[in-house]
Design a protein around this ligand. Structure first.
Ligand code: NCD
Length: 319
């Protein structure tokens, strides 16, 4: 079985399982190429970059943005796709086939597999089962590296740097895979501070706190909106991850404790602030905020397409 390797300036043939595989220069290298793919997408150019390639999308959990943007990214580059949403219902997974055999099957028909799973560790298991590249599109509550990359890209585009930043991340910090990947991504650059605002019960697990803070980023846990610093560059809101709770009722206890309203923005937001959310939004940002020029969440979503086009291209084609 292959090892999960560091990118080290060469994306070709690599799996994307975690942002721990990246260095700051790998991220800069990736971002350097995004513009040319943005151009292809924005001008509706039919690119032949990946003509002749087929990409499988195997999504064990619901998805709109990640699934849609990976599908779009592949097709805008001329690749074909095998889209499998809910394999538990529509594939031999329903007959009891193992993950490994499912991966071997789609690896016989395609050149890369994009996988979203309910259980942390599945992306790595999938990568271990095949020699074709596997891209993690959300690994249970653990990580979501391509979302982390598009989030960093969105910040980079606007602030023009990825160091010396103060970010406030809010919501279900315990279960939010996008916030975990954001912390990992920011850790690759110097002098970043992240404030994690959540109900006490949904703070980072001890294990994650130790792991993430060992990477040099300053983590400040806060439990009250009054503690939001007014000098932040980014507010990153994410919903309560209700599917990770034992019961609906348990999740509802925490839903919308920290809603981003115009009032909150007026009180603690500065004029250069970026408001981000990986989406879906389910009440954590008031719709009245959408008109504010500091709202970046829809732009962030479009950036996902460009970043995923770039990744596909770098992984499947030697430059
Ligand atoms: C996120 C996810 O699936 O983790 N969505 C996404 O990929 N854009 C965030 C979420 O579902 O809350």
């Amino acid at each position: 079985m292959k090892e999960i390797t560091q990118i080290k300036g060469d994306f070709f043939g690599k799996d994307i399982i975690t942002l721990d595989q990246f260095s700051s220069s790998d991220i800069q290298f990736l971002f350097h190429h995004v513009g040319q793919y943005q151009e292809i997408a924005d001008t509706n150019t039919l690119s032949k970059t990946l003509a002749g390639y087929i990409i499988t999308l195997l999504f064990y959990e619901p998805s709109s943005r990640t699934f849609g943007s990976f599908c779009s990214a592949a097709q805008r580059l001329g690749a074909g796709i095998i889209p499998v949403q809910n394999p538990q219902a529509v594939s031999s997974v329903s007959k009891g086939e193992s993950l490994e055999d499912t991966i071997r099957t789609f690896a016989s028909y395609s050149d890369a597999i994009v996988i979203r799973s309910k259980e942390a560790g599945t992306a790595q298991k999938a990568a271990d089962a095949t020699y074709i590249p596997v891209l993690n599109a959300g690994d249970g509550g653990a990580s979501h590296p391509t979302q982390g990359l598009l989030d960093l890209y969105t910040i980079y585009q606007s602030v023009k740097r990825l160091d010396n930043l103060t970010v406030v991340a809010t919501g279900d910090i315990l279960h939010s895979r996008t916030i975990h990947s954001l912390i990992q991504g920011l850790s690759l650059f110097a002098k970043n501070t992240i404030y994690l605002l959540s109900p006490k019960e949904l703070r980072l697990s001890k294990e994650d706190y130790k792991k993430f803070s060992g990477n040099g980023i300053v983590i400040k846990e806060i439990f009250d909106a009054d503690q939001i610093p007014t000098h932040a560059h980014v507010w990153y809101w994410n919903r309560i991850q209700k599917e990770r709770f034992a019961t609906q009722k348990e999740a509802e206890k925490y839903t919308n404790r920290f809603v981003l309203t115009k009032e909150l923005l007026h009180k603690y937001g500065n004029k250069n602030l970026m408001i981000m959310d990986p989406l879906p939004r389910v009440g954590e940002i008031d719709e009245a905020v959408d008109q504010d020029p500091r709202a970046y969440y829809f732009k962030q979503m479009r950036n996902g397409l460009y970043v995923r086009m770039t990744l596909f291209s770098l992984i499947l084609k030697r430059l």
